[in-house]
Design a protein around this ligand. Structure first.
Ligand SMILES: Nc1ncnc2c1ncn2[C@@H]1O[C@H](COP(=O)(O)OP(=O)(O)OP(=O)(O)O)[C@@H](O)[C@H]1O
Ligand SMILES: O=C(O)[C@H](O)[C@@H](O)[C@H](O)[C@H](O)CO
Length: 175
């Protein structure tokens, strides 16, 4: 009897990291390369959250909880439908990722990193975005890197986004 081959379901990927690492840019490219649905985490923020960040005040855990839960619901739906998904979502702290994992146990976290000076420069040059460069310090202070038991990988996001997306796609195809 032929046993059905182990079912390979498309992955649910969360591209994480501080503001300016290029999560949105890279995650969009990755979703295209892997032919997966894409979501921008910033689109799940409440108007109050956006106003708070625009005014230069970092979000706190309580602000972020409903935001993470709504992204978790989006991931959960895609995991349940078996379509896979890619979302750009800073998910800076372990407990934020725990919230996403509770909703989507198969979530794979791709942590983008770059030097502080590179990030500051990118945020300085970026136009038409609510996130002020002044919040970079709090983003870096809040960041808790992936722990060994977390499903995920760290990628250097200093090269052009296409290069990082190629590396990410290769890595994910090997999972
Ligand atoms: N690899 C890269 N090299 C140079 N510039 C980049 C790179 N990736 C993104 N950028 C630019 O840096 C800025 C930040 O990118 P992006 O908005 O994708 O980052 P982000 O991590 O999603 O930020 P945020 O969390 O604030 O939404 C944008 O102006 C983008 O064009
Ligand atoms: O948790 C947070 O502090 C926020 O989600 C930020 O990460 C922003 O969404 C993003 O960086 C916008 O630029």
């Amino acid at each position: 009897m032929v046993t059905p081959s182990a079912e390979r379901r498309p992955p649910c990927i969360v591209v994480i990291g501080v503001a300016g690492t290029g999560k949105t840019t890279m995650a969009r490219l990755l979703a295209r390369r892997l032919d997966l649905p894409f979501a921008e985490g910033d689109d799940f923020h409440s108007a109050a959250d956006i106003a708070k960040m625009s005014a230069g005040t970092p979000l706190d855990d309580a602000d972020r909880q409903p935001w993470l839960e709504s992204i978790g619901r989006w991931l959960h739906e895609h995991e349940a439908e078996g379509t896979g998904a890619v979302v750009a979502c800073s998910a800076l702290r372990r407990r934020y990722r725990d919230t996403l994992r509770a909703a989507c146990p198969s979530a794979f976290f791709l942590h983008l990193t770059a030097d502080r000076a590179v990030l500051a420069e990118r945020l300085l040059r970026r136009t038409g975005h609510f996130m002020p460069r002044s919040l970079l310090a709090s983003q870096l202070a809040t960041l808790e890197p992936l722990e060994p038991d977390e499903r995920g990988a760290v990628l250097d996001a200093t090269p052009p986004p296409e290069t990082t997306a190629d590396m990410a796609a290769d890595l994910l195809r090997q999972l």
